[in-house]
Design a protein around this ligand. Sequence first.
Ligand SMILES: [Fe+2]
Ligand SMILES: [Fe+2]
Length: 331
Amino acid sequence: MFPRPLTDDRCPLPGEAQSAGGRVPIATGYEHEGAHPMSVETLAREKAVSTAIREISHIATLPQITLKIIQLVENPNSTAQDLHHLIANDPALCTRILKVVNSAFYGLPGQIGSINRAIVLLGLNAVKNIAIAASLTKLFKGGELTPNLSAKDLWTHAMSVAAGTKMIADKLKLGLADEAFLAGLLHDVGIMVELQYDRNRLVETITRCAPDKDGRPTLGLMEAEQAVYGATHQDFGMALCEKWKFPKSFQNVTGFHHRPMDLPGDSRLLPCMIFIADHLAARLPGSFRLDVPDTQVPQDVLDTVRVSAADLEAIFAGLPDAVKAAEQVMS
Ligand SMILES: [Fe+2]
Ligand SMILES: [Fe+2]
């Protein structure tokens, strides 16, 4: 049996989504020169996003080596030897990749002593995903944001969703654990764009979502982001992934993880897995959950992933240990 592809690697066309009756226009915020003129709100959002991405370009860069790895793997003429040469020039990255590959978390039998061996066993794409994941830690620096939230909390959250998404991929035997893990790490990267672009505005945003006496946020994160920044972390995250030339599947994850059913049917699987893992992570004590006010996962999302309620509870039970293992590997 072939594993189901996580995605067809495409974003919906600007302003389109899938409905039962076919594609219908929706306000995605990414309408360009289509038949409909852009609304004032859309224009303002595009401006907010492009300004933020431009402003942070000197900070939020992936290491040069990671960008080169992405380029190389996307090029169909590249060989395993090319990737090996590139990574071999960066001993720190070699060490990190081998640490991930050899961890219990990755679960391969026996020790892998060289990058060459890792590429042969896992393939170019998996090694690329591990290299990107290994280079993302630096992005999540930033200390305390408010008395109740620090950049470290967001990193822990990213780890929880990464571990949860990988567990879902493993449970369903999708065979794409590294892509699922990286997607989980990246899904809320738009919040890091907000942090690096304008820390005070992020503090203002979070303050507006202050929890009520039952611990539930009084205002949804995205409503507050829209009011303060003129765009949401989905918009910022998607734009950053676009700037980094990440595959469309990751742009879909960052841009649609709170609305995966707005994507065309064949692009929904990975964003739906992230949606579910985000909701599982929100149930962990002390977890960041300003953008997940309700931990109930809608039936259509469960149906898309084809995961049962029993499977989800089993994954949730194992999640705390998986998060600890992921943190160890990525530290
Ligand atoms: Fe989010
Ligand atoms: Fe999240």
